[in-house]
Design a protein around this ligand. Structure first.
Ligand code: IVH
Length: 673
């Protein structure tokens, strides 16, 4: 190796060490030394060097967390030491009984000291480090055999890819809990609702669903976190106690929950459990109890395990945030797409620190599942600051006077017809497109920042415009006269002027924003952008076929049918005509470079060094080319990056033209190689 190369290799290694140290300070000690910006600078420099000198990339480099590949499935792995579960206790009495039982198992009188830790409500995982490098991340599975989810585990920033220090064991297997913070959970569910996907019921399901995704790049976006809580197995190192393990693990850079406490006896344990219960609400993550562990490993060994769980550890479960109250009424709310949602009106009740007076029932299938009637006494629950939900009806409290909840025959707002749009869907819709409730929400959405961004068109103005009949469809906003606004109460000239210019400005918004603004079911901001990039002219949408849409990687069958259905309506044709008449362009600007890849179809497999999958696809589309997510005979180029998947083999079998990133770059530049 030349002197220069040696120097570069050294700089790369030093950068990695530095980044690892900052990861440790940030994630484990919660005490960063540098700003996010400075940290990003280090990562950028490392990426730059690794991009130029890929021969120096190692799997434990901080840049190697997210692999761009799509997995076909997970391999199974047998755990060296079984991953057991825990017995539960629900009262301080049961905790004392657990200790008494344990003490009886020793032949002579013993004193037991403990470590108490929060019980994180997430998904357990096992991590194996060989010579300090993370080589395996696995799920618990049935306790003996789990699944190899290494690629997904590597995306979790708080899990080190390499342990710190010189004294790391030859092999170390630890167990921990992967979880999602409450805030990230809520954000994710909002996003899912926007995209028409089913929300997760709680942060634990969200974490578990995320770890099962076959695309590590998507897992990385879920911002999962991890606390290490147990020792599994080691070679070349031994520990005397759980406390010693935790402290050593922390020094190696593993993230340990800061609230663990060493307690001298069971009374101290109980005191801490009760004290912690109060803290629970304030944490960023969900804790469903405490785990009490006998500290000494030799005592643990003597106590041993039952078939399912160790005798030396037990969970002290916190009571769920539940309360009983009365269902006073069920109101029907009409959403932007006309979906009718039953909402429970409850007698206000305190639950886990907040007062609950309403709770969504989601749909009529849920009403049926619960068997709920107006006047019923119900059990409500609030998990992790999530919207409260009705868990069940307490039927023993029925008086016979309860009234059934019926699907309304007509829309509670406009009196229009209510029906299921599709038999297989659970939702009922108001199918009158001119329904004022729908129109108000639709207009608010159309004018919102992510869509046409018409400043000043807020809730009160929308109410006025729709109630006074000034706006009867979305396009009417562009046909308003200044006098119309002056007629509205409290409308000053300047404000009217501002709104007018904002409306005027919005006519120049890009096609993607407009598409999103239309409020087509399942078409969120991201999908709208993808559709606009692909079809570039609103008129094309009227002649789309299902295959045209389903060929796009991100577009599933629900989105495809929804888009086709939307544009097949005559009223939509009229609406778009009206928008055009108002001066909206509704076409994507054509770029100069367009065309050099016309007629060429590309498929991507594996990771590219200088593009994400999406970026690479966009570069092709920009040049008039086409992309596909599956390999077939009519594909012109298969671009293979690092770790290519099954598409690579299929391409070989079909004798397609397989090119590397360098060649791809050339094609982007010249249109051919
Ligand atoms: S110790 C032998 N400590 O709870 C099992 N588990 O209900 C040793 N959990 O599968 C587990 N926080 O995934 C332990 N601080 C903690 C924990 C914890 C959460 C999970 C773990 C386990 C489940 C049992």
């Amino acid at each position: 190796m030349s002197k220069d190369l040696k120097k570069i290799k050294k700089e790369i290694e030093e950068l990695r060490e530095e980044i690892r140290r900052h990861d440790y300070l940030y994630y484990v000690l919660d005490n960063p030394e540098i700003s996010d910006k400075e940290y990003d600078g280090l990562v950028r420099r490392l990426k730059e060097l690794e991009g130029k000198y890929p021969q120096f990339i190692t799997p434990d480099s901080p840049t190697q967390r997210v692999s761009g590949q799509v997995l076909e499935g997970f391999k199974t792995v047998r755990h060296r030491v079984a991953m057991l579960s825990l017995d539960n206790t629900y009262s301080t009495e049961e905790v004392r009984e657990w200790e008494a039982r344990n003490k009886r198992l020793f032949k002579k009188e013993v004193e037991l000291d403990y470590v108490v830790e929060p019980k994180i409500d997430g998904v357990s995982c096992s991590l194996t480090y060989q010579k300090g490098v993370l080589v395996l991340g696995a799920t618990r599975g049935d306790g003996s055999v789990g699944e190899d989810i290494t690629a997904n585990i590597k995306t979790v920033s708080s899990i080190p890819l390499k342990l710190l220090g010189k004294d790391v064991p030859e092999v170390l297997e630890v167990r921990g809990e992967v979880y999602m913070e409450k805030e990230d959970f809520q954000r994710l569910n909002k996003e899912r609702a926007k995209q028409g996907e089913q929300p997760f019921a709680n942060p634990r399901n969200a974490a578990s669903g995320s770890l099962k995704l076959l695309e590590p790049a998507l897992v990385a976006k879920r911002r999962l976190k991890c606390f290490i809580h147990s020792f599994g197995y080691s070679e070349g190192f031994s520990f005397k106690s759980h406390k010693e393990f935790l402290e050593k693990a922390k020094a190696w850079g593993l993230r340990i929950n800061p609230y663990y406490k060493h307690c001298k006896n069971i009374e101290e344990v109980i005191e801490y459990c009760l004290k912690f219960q109060e803290k629970r609400e304030k944490l960023e993550y969900e804790v469903d109890g405490m785990v009490i562990k006998v500290n000494s490993f030799s005592q643990q060994e003597k106590l041993g395990t039952t078939l399912k769980s160790p005798r030396w550890a037990v969970a002290y479960k916190f009571p769920a945030h539940q309360a009983t109250t009365k269902l006073l009424d069920v109101e029907m709310s009409v959403g932007r797409t006309g979906a009718i949602t039953p909402v429970a009106v409850l007698k206000p009740v305190e639950c886990g620190g907040v007062t609950i007076s309403r709770s969504t029932l989601h749909n009529f299938e849920e009403v049926e599942r619960l068997g709920i009637k107006i006047g019923d006494t119900v059990l409500v629950e609030r998990a992790g600051e999530v919207i409260p939900k009705i868990v069940k009806v307490i039927t023993s409290k029925r008086t016979g006077k309860e009234k059934p909840v019926k699907v309304p025959k007509s829309c509670p707002v406009c009196g229009g017809k209510v029906s299921k749009v599709k038999e297989e869907e659970v939702a009922y819709y108001c199918i009158n497109p001119a329904c004022p409730a729908q129109l108000k929400r639709a207009l608010l959405h159309f004018a919102s920042r992510g869509a046409m961004d018409i400043e000043g068109v807020g809730e009160s103005l929308v109410e006025e415009l729709v109630d006074r009949g000034l706006v009867k469809d979305l396009a009417d906003i562009y046909f308003l006269e200044k006098e119309d606004l002056f007629k509205l109460p409290l409308f000053k000239e300047k404000k009217a002027g501002n709104i007018f210019s904002a409306i005027e400005r919005s006519k120049k918004k890009e096609l993607a924003k407009f598409l999103y603004g239309l409020g087509i079911r399942y078409v969120g901001e991201k999908i709208a952008r993808i559709l606009a990039d692909r079809f570039s002219d609103i008129d094309k949408f009227f002649s789309l076929k299902k295959e045209d849409l389903e060929n796009i990687e991100e577009v599933g069958p629900n989105i495809a049918s929804s888009v086709i259905e939307y544009f097949s309506q005559n009223s939509v044709r009229q609406l778009i005509k009206k928008f055009k008449k108002a001066g909206l362009i509704l076409r994507k600007e054509r770029r100069k470079t367009e065309g050099i890849l016309r007629g060429k179809k590309f498929v991507f497999t594996g990771e590219l060094a200088s593009f994400t999958r999406r970026q690479a696809q966009e570069e092709v589309l920009k040049r008039g080319g086409d992309v596909s997510s599956s390999v077939s005979k009519n594909v012109d180029y298969v671009v293979a990056g690092r770790n290519p998947g099954s598409k690579f083999n299929k391409a070989k079998a079909l004798k397609l033209r397989i090119i590397n990133e360098e060649e791809f770059n050339k094609i982007l530049e010249k249109g051919e190689i």
